[in-house]
Design a protein around this ligand. Structure first.
Ligand code: PMP
Ligand code: GLU
Length: 402
């Protein structure tokens, strides 16, 4: 037997580039190399203590049996309450499905709605797993290029042009991974004006970075009355509560879609772990407005963003900008393409990322993974001193290119 047994479904997707760069960093570290990992998007903060306590209590109270497929009723209620409290959205607990991370929520949604050839529109650059999840679900990715001059935001006229009779969904992400850009209320309203003309297009709104926002307030596209019945919200506790390893995300949307996701999840994973669910319940019960924890984390990210942008803007040829949210910068580094090191040409973002990894001991993610080959993604969810050291190393490596 050989690898031809592997299905076309798996053959048409790639390894997650973010997780793959992190795997390589771990491997090089294990070999004794001093790698600074700016590739993975996860807060370097620890999970809040009360959340950890809730998990310990869940174990002691033997909450260790199969939970309901859609998640514990208390957690569905807490999500419903959170969506009202933080986003002014009305979703009943029955419209909520809790999953193994927002990643599984996205997979559930696309597996539930897509048939072969159905199209999903998204703005490029986009988060690496969107395109592969859509492909895994037999859909076709319709990536609309944006670019730094459009602040990496999809324009209403470009959205309209991308819509065809095969369009099944529009995938929206603000604050954005990989660019950190945040759409204003007016910019969302302009997209809504287009989408409301197409009531059969599902709007999948990934709001996982909602609280990691440095200017103003997060606005959910679901809060626009004209499209609210078309929207499914995807969110989770990974980023804003520093709970990446607990694997809790959720969707809230039309009841028929929640039911389809429950059907799928019931056959696939049976839902997320009971202990993690009890931890997430504690996280979501506290309003982010009163959460010192979230304030501390967000102001640390803002400070690091400022340092990173300042340092990057001093590197000749790098095109940078100021992101308003999340913890990523996506600078254009194409100035260095065509230059060489020891006779090896740097042809693209992938080559440059490998060069940084091997010559500067810094891990970043190539822009190709996000549908934009001229850039690299830098995650600044790490300490100021490591950011400074990493940029110093990258700058020195770039100076060696001929
Ligand atoms: N959406 C975006 C935009 C992300 O960056 C991530 C991070 N992995 C996810 C969804 C999924 O997060 P998780 O599965 O950890 O909830
Ligand atoms: N979302 C994070 C990232 O973009 C975590 C890794 C992943 O799930 O892809 O780096």
């Amino acid at each position: 037997m050989n690898k031809s047994i592997i299905s076309k479904r798996v053959q048409r997707i790639s390894l997650s580039a973010t997780l793959e760069m992190t795997r390589r960093s771990r491997e090089l570290r294990a070999q004794g190399k001093d790698i600074i990992n700016l590739s993975i998007g996860e807060p370097d903060f620890n999970t809040p203590d009360p959340v950890k306590e809730a998990a310990k209590k869940a174990i002691d109270n033997n909450i260790t049996h199969y939970p309901p497929v859609a998640g514990f009723r208390e957690l569905q209620e807490a999500v419903s309450m959170k969506l009202k409290r933080d986003n002014n959205l009305d979703y009943s607990p029955e419209q909520v499905v809790v999953s193994n991370g927002a990643k599984q929520s996205l997979a559930n949604i696309f597996m539930s709605i897509l048939n072969p050839g159905d199209e999903v529109i998204l703005a490029a650059p986009y988060w690496v797993s969107y395109s592969d999840i859509i492909k895994m679900a037999s859909g076709t990715v319709v990536a609309v290029s944006t670019g730094v001059e459009k602040h990496f935001k999809i324009q209403p006229e470009d959205l309209r042009k991308a819509i065809t009779p095969k369009t099944k969904a529009f995938l929206f992400n603000s604050p954005s991974n990989p660019t950190g850009m945040v759409y204003s209320e007016d910019e969302i309203a302009a997209l809504v004006a287009v989408l409301k003309e197409y009531p059969d297009i599902l709007i999948v709104s990934d709001e996982i970075y909602e609280h990691i926002h440095f200017s103003g307030k997060h606005v959910s596209i679901g809060s626009f009355a004209e499209v609210k019945d078309q929207v499914v919200i995807v969110n989770g506790v990974s980023k804003c509560y520093a709970m990446t390893g607990w694997r809790i995300g959720y969707m809230a949307g039309p009841k028929f879609l929640a039911e389809a996701c429950i059907k799928l999840q019931g056959q696939y994973t049976s839902g997320p772990g009971s202990i993690s669910q009890m931890a997430a319940l504690t996280a979501l019960k506290n309003s982010p407005k009163d959460s010192k924890y979230i304030h501390t984390m967000v102001s640390a990210f803002k400070e690091r963003r400022d340092i990173l942008v300042e340092l990057m803007s001093k590197i000749p040829g790098v095109i940078t900008y100021v992101p308003d949210g999340a913890f990523y910068l996506f600078p254009d580094v194409s100035y260095y393409f065509g230059k060489s090191f020891k006779g090896e040409e740097i042809k693209n973002g992938y080559d440059l990322s490998m060069y940084f990894l091997n010559e500067a001991n810094v891990a970043v993610v190539p822009g190709e993974a996000f549908g934009e080959a001229n850039s690299i993604r830098i995650s600044y969810a790490t300490s100021k001193s490591l950011i400074e050291e990493a940029i110093e190393r990258m700058k020195a490596a770039l100076e060696k290119l001929k």
